[in-house]
Design a protein around this ligand. Structure first.
Ligand code: ATP
Ligand code: MG
Length: 301
C-alpha cells in the first residue's frame, strides 16, 4: 500500500532530515513510528502524502508515485487520511460542517449524503450529540476524535497519524487511542507516529525506530519489544526526555519487558496495559523495567 524507497529529504541546502529511508506498509498493516524528537518522524509521514517534497528516492502510494510531477496531488491526498497533533479543525465551522466540507467539495457528495456519512462517523467516535457545536466548545480529546471522524469521512485507503495524543491532557488520551485501536482492528492501513507504546503493543504489526533522519530499526512488534536489533535501547532515557519537552506519556525500555502482572492476562508489556491504568510510577518502575519520560504522569496507555 505504501512503499518508501531510499528517500532523502533536505530542508534547505544544508540540513538532511531523512537519510536513505526505506520501508513499507502493507494493506491492513499498522506501523508505529517512534524515535527521539527531531529524528524525522513527522517529515517521513508528511512525505508519504506529499505535504513535504523530497529530493531523491521514491514513494508509491497504492500504485501511484507520489513524487511524479504528473501525479494529481490533491486527489492523492484526498485518499489518505491525516490526523495531526493539533487537530486542525476549522474553528468557524460546526462539528458536522467540519465533517461535510471536504466530502462535498472534494468528493462531490451531495449535502444529504455528506451529512449522513458525517453523522454516522460522529456516532462511531461517540460524539453524536456534539454535531452542532463549534470545535472550541469541545475538549481536546473530543476534537481529536472529530479530526479522526473527518478523515474517515473521505473513505481513506490509509490513515497517517502524527502524534495524535501528545497535545492532550493525560485523561483524554485513551478516548482517542480507543478509536484508533478500533480502527486498527477493523483492518485500516495505518502509519502512526506515536510514543504510546501501549498502543504499539496492542495493535501494531511493526515498529519503526528513527534516529537522526535514519530508520535504525524496522521490526515486527514482537521482535521490537522482545529483542531489539538496533542499539536504541542504549539511548539514555534522559536524552530522549531532554529532546521532548512536551506533555506525553511515552516511555523507554530499559530492560527486557515482562508479562504485565495485572489480571487481564492478554498483555505483553507491563504498564502499557489498558487494564491497569491506576498503577503508580513506582510500582511500574519496580515491576517492569520501564521508565517514564514524563515524571508527572502515572501509568496509563
Ligand atoms: N520546515 C522545516 N524547515 C527546516 N527544518 C525542519 C523543518 N521541519 C523540520 N525540520 C527539521 O528536520 C528535523 C526532523 O524534524 P521532524 O519534525 O520530522 O522530527 P520529529 O521526529 O517529528 O520530531 P518531534 O518528535 O519533535 O515531532 C528536525 O531537525 C527539524 O528541526
Ligand atoms: Mg514530529
Amino acid at each position: 500500500m505504501i512503499e518508501i524507497s531510499h528517500v532523502d529529504k533536505r530542508y534547505g541546502p544544508g540540513f538532511q532530515a531523512l537519510k536513505d529511508c526505506t520501508t513499507s506498509v502493507a494493506k491492513g498493516e499498522v506501523v508505529v513510528v517512534c524515535g527521539p524528537s527531531g529524528s524525522g518522524k513527522s517529515t517521513l509521514i508528511k512525505c508519504v502524502n506529499a505535504l513535504e517534497p523530497f529530493q531523491s528516492g521514491e514513494i508509491i502510494l497504492d500504485g501511484i508515485k507520489v513524487n511524479d510531477p504528473k501525479t494529481d496531488l490533491p486527489k492523492l491526498r484526498a485518499r489518505v487520511g491525516m490526523v495531526f497533533q493539533h487537530f486542525e479543525l476549522f474553528p468557524h465551522l460546526k462539528i458536522i460542517e467540519n465533517l461535510c466540507l471536504a466530502q462535498e467539495k472534494v468528493l462531490g457528495r451531495s449535502h444529504d449524503e455528506a451529512m449522513a456519512k458525517g453523522s454516522k462517523l460522529l456516532d462511531r467516535v461517540g460524539l453524536k450529540d456534539h454535531a452542532r457545536k463549534y470545535p472550541a466548545e469541545l475538549s481536546g480529546g473530543q476534537q481529536q476524535r472529530v479530526a479522526i471522524a473527518r478523515a474517515l469521512a473521505m473513505d481513506p485507503i490509509a490513515m497517517l497519524f502524527d502524534e495524535p495524543t501528545s497535545a492532550l491532557d493525560p485523561e483524554m488520551i485513551s478516548e482517542v487511542l480507543d478509536v484508533m485501536v478500533d480502527l486498527a482492528r477493523e483492518g485500516m492501513t495505518m502509519m502512526v507516529v506515536t510514543h504510546e507504546m501501549g498502543f504499539a503493543s496492542k495493535v501494531a504489526h511493526r515498529v519503526i525506530f528513527m534516529d537522526q533522519g535514519e530508520i535504525v530499526e524496522d521490526a515486527l512488534k514482537t521482535d521490537f519489544f522482545g529483542s531489539p536489533r538496533s542499539d536504541r535501547a542504549q539511548i539514555p532515557v534522559e536524552d530522549l526526555v531532554a529532546l521532548r519537552p512536551r506533555r506525553h506519556s511515552g516511555m523507554v525500555r530499559r530492560t527486557r519487558p515482562q508479562m504485565c502482572n495485572c489480571t487481564s492476562g492478554n498483555l505483553e508489556i507491563p504498564g502499557s496495559c489498558f487494564a491497569c491504568p491506576g498503577m503508580t510510577q513506582n510500582e511500574f518502575r519496580r515491576d517492569s523495567g520501564f521508565q517514564f519520560v514524563d515524571q508527572a504522569l502515572t501509568i496509563r496507555v
